[in-house]
Design a binder for this molecule. Structure first.
Ligand code: TPP
Ligand code: SF4
Ligand code: MG
Length: 278
């Protein structure tokens, strides 16, 4: 078929379609980008968890109407520019030190809702000591921990959370547990500290998982009003680029492989007595 067969030369045909035009006010708003987000294009790879997690946090901040009262601490890692997208007060921390910085902010301004946003290289490797001590002290902060099992930003090196047998740039033959140790289950570990108040592991690889993560984040933000300790929301994050997968394959990999090591669900929940104020 020659291309000029597609060229319409005369007047456009009038199609007899059913009327579907509605005045703008007749539509019910079912989705909008939270007003707490900056209208800037994101730098994340297609299918990356970080963009979704950013949006969920900002939806919660909008719904709780705490934009002016929220302070985030950005990590080093792919989400180092989180402050470019979240329209709240944010402080950058050196790699791994987010919990120490958040401790200072919350102690100086206890009325603020303070959260850290950290990857697994940031939190579970270089920052494991700061994280553990902050939780052990029961700092009244929320830790949002995006575990994608690799050092994403620096091109996919093995992290403390890399799965057994998983191929990374520094474990090209697969993680050998007898040599490198087993993946650290941060949430289970931290839930044993008396300073932890609410610990949960969620994901964002399908719509139901996204809804559950949003609920977990909403609860964790609200729990700062209780002053009973640290909340840790771990989110298994897709990293299609370093996993060398398509976004769809990466989502399946979470369901089929990641959750064997990192099962989803609540690990420590507050007791009803502590939540009486709600
Ligand atoms: C003190 C220090 N050590 C090492 C680095 C290099 N570095 C930058 S990002 C990163 C790892 C990031 O991985 P992760 O925290 O899992 O975040 P992701 O990119 O996977 O979201 C490292 C080691 C650094 N910036 N500063
Ligand atoms: S490298 Fe991985 S973590 Fe980093 S932006 Fe891309 S998909 Fe996300
Ligand atoms: Mg990572």
């Amino acid at each position: 078929m020659s291309t000029d067969q597609h060229v319409l030369t005369g007047p456009l045909p009038v199609l007899n379609l059913p009327a579907c035009h509605k005045e703008e006010e007749e539509y019910e708003m079912v989705y909008h980008k939270p007003a707490t987000m900056v209208d800037a294009p994101m730098h994340y790879c297609p299918g990356c968890a970080h963009s979704l997690v950013h949006k969920l946090i900002m939806e919660v901040v909008e719904e709780l109407d705490i934009q002016e009262k929220t302070v985030g601490v950005a990590p080093v890692g792919c989400s180092v520019f989180a402050y470019d997208y979240m329209d709240i007060d944010m402080q950058e921390a050196a790699h791994g030190r987010a919990c120490a910085v958040a401790t200072g902010i919350k102690r100086l301004m206890p009325e603020k809702y303070v959260f850290t946003y950290q990857g697994d290289g940031d939190l579970a490797a270089i920052g494991i000591a700061e994280t553990l001590h902050a939780i052990n002290r029961g700092e009244n902060i929320l830790i949002v921990f995006v575990n994608n099992a690799v050092y994403g930003m620096t091109s996919g090196q093995m992290a403390p959370t890399t799965l057994p047998g998983m191929h990374t740039t520094t474990s090209p033959d697969g993680r050998d547990v007898s040599y490198y140790g087993a993946p650290i289950k941060v949430s289970e570990l931290m839930s044993n500290l008396p300073g932890s108040f609410y610990v949960t592991r969620q994901a964002v690889n399908n719509p139901n998982a996204v809804r559950r993560t949003k609920k977990a984040l909403l609860n964790a933000f609200k729990y700062q009003q209780v002053h009973k300790g640290t909340c840790l929301v771990e989110i298994i994050g897709n990293c299609p680029s370093n996993w060398k997968m398509t976004p769809v394959e990466a989502s399946k990999f979470i369901d089929e492989e990641m959750i064997k090591t990192f099962p989803l669900g609540d690990i420590k929940i507050p007791n009803a007595e502590d939540l009486k104020i709600f």
